[in-house]
Structure formats: structure tokens, C-alpha cells
Design a protein around this ligand. Structure first.
Ligand code: 5GP
Length: 229
């Protein structure tokens, strides 16, 4: 008979699940298409995925915590990390340096933990080159540019000039939709969230990620052989 409970001696299961390798889940979209809200909901509702924590040379803002919001480092330390190839990718943004450190992500992936990245198409391209099959890329599109414009105006935080520049950047970002694995149109927030969640579920079940499958299936077949004897 096949035992469904954990097989402690094989290490195939963690709890009642097969052990798997974690994944790097990238969400990109033009600003206003809902990516940040979707990312927040996934992080709140799913205990197996955490936000990737970047290193930056900018000063912490009030309330920001080192090691939670960012790793706040000096320029000298950042430069050393670049020299020692410690980043998956890095960039200068608004005169400061930002990068995605490899170490804690690599360790987490091995333990079956997932990481969520809220990054643009350029960061996505760099991560894909460095992290290959660990990466799952999801692009969120607005239902129309009129709707995107309406959402940006609706936030009530930006001037017309800022909104126009965001719209231009949105067009440029959208033009990279075809370098993603999945594309979801955010017509309705709940439906879009559900689709993104289903992508995450399906990707976790990919055979190559389920590293516990080999010992599990071996035991499954052994149990059958023993039953026949
Ligand atoms: P902020 O200083 O407001 O937290 O972030 C400024 C910008 O830096 C944002 O556009 C954010 O997406 C970008 N950023 C944050 N972390 C990283 C990172 O690890 N790599 C890259 N390329 N950009 C980042």
C-alpha cells in the first residue's frame, strides 16, 4: 500500500507536501496597471513567498527597517558587492545604486521558498539571464490606455506633467510584453489576482521544481513491489 504520510527518511516531503525548489516570481506592468496591489495581496495571502529584498545606497526613509525594506549599505560596500559578483542585477536609479543580492535568494530557493519581484522589463531581462529556469515572468496589462490614464488621474497624487510622463513610460513598458511567460489583463482586480495566483500554483507543480518526486515515486513503486511479494 502507498503511504500518504511524510517519508521522513527520504526527505521527500516537507510537512504533507513534496519537497520542491523555490521560484523567482516576477511581476511587471506599467505604473497604474495594478501590479503593486496584486503583489501585496499575494504576499499577504501566501506563506511560501516573500518579497525580494534589494540592497541600496540611499538613506532609509522614516519607518524603513534595514533587512526588511532594503539592505542599506554604503557606496563602498555596494561597489565591493558588484566587484565580487554578489548581485543578480543592479542599476543606478535617481543617483543611487540598487541591486538584487544573490545569496539569500539562492539559499531560499534550495529550501523551497519563493521570491516575488516587482521590477521593470530591464530588471526582468537581467534576472532571466542570470537565474534562467528559476524565473517565472508575469506581465500585467491595463484593459486600455484610457483606463490607465483614468486610474493615474484617480490617484490624485500626480500633476498633469507627471501623468503625461508616466503615460509615455507606460507605452514603452508595454512594448516589452512579449518577453514574458504570462500576460494577464487587469480588467477586474479580483479576477486578475486569481489568475496570477493560479500561475504561481501551476508553476510550483512543474515536474522540474518538485525535487521530492524522485524519492517519492521510487518509494511508491517499491511499496507496490513489496505488496506483490
Ligand atoms: P525607492 O528608492 O523609491 O525605494 O526605489 C526607487 C526605484 O528603485 C524604484 O523604481 C525601484 O523599482 C527601483 N529599485 C528598487 N530595488 C531595485 C533593484 O534591486 N534593482 C533595480 N534595478 N531597481 C530597483
Amino acid at each position: 500500500m502507498v503511504e500518504i504520510l511524510p517519508h521522513a527518511h527520504t526527505g521527500a516531503h516537507t510537512g504533507d507536501r513534496l519537497h520542491r525548489r523555490g521560484l523567482m516570481f516576477i511581476l511587471s506592468s506599467p505604473s497604474g496597471a495594478g501590479k503593486t496591489s496584486i503583489a501585496r495581496r499575494i504576499l499577504e495571502s501566501d506563506g511560501e513567498i516573500a518579497a525580494s529584498i534589494s540592497a541600496t545606497t540611499r538613506a532609509p526613509r522614516p519607518g524603513e527597517v534595514d533587512g526588511k525594506d532594503y539592505y542599506f549599505v554604503s557606496q563602498a560596500e555596494f561597489d565591493r558587492m558588484v566587484d565580487d559578483n554578489e548581485f543578480f542585477e543592479w542599476a543606478h536609479v535617481f543617483g543611487k545604486s540598487y541591486g538584487t543580492p544573490k545569496a539569500h535568494i539562492r539559499a531560499g530557493l534550495k529550501e523551497g521558498r519563493d521570491f516575488l519581484f516587482d521590477i521593470d522589463w530591464q530588471g526582468t531581462q537581467q534576472l532571466s539571464q542570470k537565474a534562467g529556469t528559476d524565473v517565472v515572468r508575469v506581465f500585467i496589462l491595463p484593459p486600455s490606455l484610457e483606463e490607465l490614464h483614468r486610474r493615474l488621474v484617480g490617484r490624485g497624487t500626480d500633476s498633469e506633467a507627471v501623468i503625461n510622463s508616466r503615460m509615455n513610460r507606460a507605452r514603452a513598458e508595454i512594448s516589452h510584453w512579449d518577453s514574458y511567460d504570462y500576460v494577464v489583463v487587469n480588467e477586474d482586480f479580483d479576477a486578475c489576482y486569481e489568475e496570477v495566483r493560479q500561475i504561481l500554483c501551476a508553476e510550483r507543480l512543474k515536474r522540474v521544481r518538485q525535487t521530492g518526486l524522485i524519492p517519492f515515486v521510487r518509494e511508491l513503486l517499491q511499496d507496490e513491489d513489496e505488496g506483490e511479494e
